[in-house]
Design a protein around this ligand. Structure first.
Ligand code: FAQ
Length: 329
């Protein structure tokens, strides 16, 4: 993938001739597969890229709780409610590991949250779509967590140690999430015609946004080539998107549902599914803040943060008091 990305994005990649001695040694360590740790020397641009990606990832986990949170009070059974609650709490945990991983790079959590709340920082486009029916809980677990796993398994081997290690537990938990989502879809597809129609409707609405989660096409991706050189990205956006389609189409067929893509066909020669054109104008519009739920998601997070001020203040006041008692002893 690296050679391919370097070819397509040559202008975005650091040439060895431009590197000083320290940077060459750094790149050599990366090429050998040695992990970079928080206190190691690293180029500013590597640090910046990691802060950008890890914090966007953290924000996605936190904002990503909202679409499913919408259904906690309306889960159809006690068992489904317990599973959904556990899943949403897992996502909060992922956000916390990821903020901690970002903090190892010298940024403060307050600054990261301020960037999210001001609308400056990105989070995954997928979480700006509404959850209209219970079947959406199935579709999110199956397709959204499913896509997240495909993207995150390679991140367990990325060059930055704290990020790679955080991803191991995250991926294990995401596997449970994907499984519970598919289980919801199976129950609906084995149910009444109305339930099966709900499952198909959810698939229709979540299919394309799930493919967009992998980011712009390789030709349009500005960061991929450099991130590949630094082994932050081990596979390109298009490679991982193809993996998702190849893995998911047979699952759709098993459910007895239809892929909402008239251009989808299996290419026996390549062994891959070919799929229709993604609507990149929709993707770019969501990134600009104009998706169906962008404003609502941000407002909800800002309100939650403001509602929690008294609690954070109380914790700090208590910590200060304890420190004063200790100092006086
Ligand atoms: N949404 O040059 P590239 C989850 C931005 S976790 C919004 O290709 P890059 C768990 C990108 O940031 C889901 N923005 O960029 C869960 C860049 O903008 P910038 C999150 C996007 O970084 C499930 C610009 O476009 N996962 O779902 C998106 O090399 C259920 C150009 O793109 C991660 O964050 C997008 N979809 O590749 C939680 C995984 N795609 O910053 C709750 C880690 C691209 O230059 C419920 N991240 N952009 O202004 C990555 O692997 C990468 O950052 C990519 C993008 C692949 C997302």
């Amino acid at each position: 993938m690296y050679a391919q990305m370097v070819e397509t994005g040559l202008k975005n990649v650091r040439s060895i001739d431009d590197m000083g001695q320290e940077e060459r040694a750094f790149q050599a360590r990366i090429d050998e597969g040695i992990k970079i740790e928080a206190k190691d020397w690293m180029p500013d641009a590597y640090r910046k890229t990691l802060i950008r990606q890890i914090s966007q990832h953290a924000h996605s986990e936190i904002v990503g709780q909202l679409p499913e949170g919408n259904w906690v009070t309306r889960a159809p059974t006690l068992k489904r409610k317990s599973i959904l609650l556990a899943k949403i709490q897992d996502e909060a945990g992922h956000g916390l590991y990821l903020y901690s991983a970002a903090e190892t790079l010298g940024v403060s959590r307050d600054d990261l949250l301020a960037a999210l709340h001001s609308g400056k920082a990105k989070y995954s486009s997928i979480f700006n779509y509404p959850t209209l029916s219970w079947a959406d809980m199935g579709a999110i677990g199956w397709l959204v967590d499913g896509s997240a796993i495909i993207n995150q398994i390679p991140l367990c081997r990325c060059s930055y140690g704290p990020y790679a290690r955080a991803m191991i537990r995250v991926c294990k938990e995401e596997s449970f999430h994907a499984r519970q989502g598919y289980d919801i879809m199976m129950s609906l597809c084995k149910g009444t015609p109305e339930q099966k129609a709900m499952a198909q409707d959810a698939l229709n609405r979540w299919w394309w946004p799930s493919l967009m989660m992998f980011g712009p096409s390789d030709a349009a991706s500005v960061n991929s080539a450099q991130s590949a050189q630094w082994r932050i990205k081990l596979f390109s956006n298009d490679e991982l998107r193809q993996r998702m389609v190849d893995q998911t189409v047979p699952q759709i067929e098993y459910l007895g549902l239809t892929v909402p893509d008239p251009d989808l066909k299996f290419n026996a020669e390549t062994g891959h599914y070919e799929f229709g054109e993604i609507d990149w104008s929709e993707f770019n519009n969501v990134l600009k803040g104009n998706g169906p739920c962008n404003r609502e998601r941000l407002q909800t997070r800002v309100k939650a943060y403001e509602d929690g001020v008294w609690f954070r203040d109380a914790l700090l006041a208590y910590a200060d008091k304890q420190a004063a008692v200790k100092a006086a002893a």
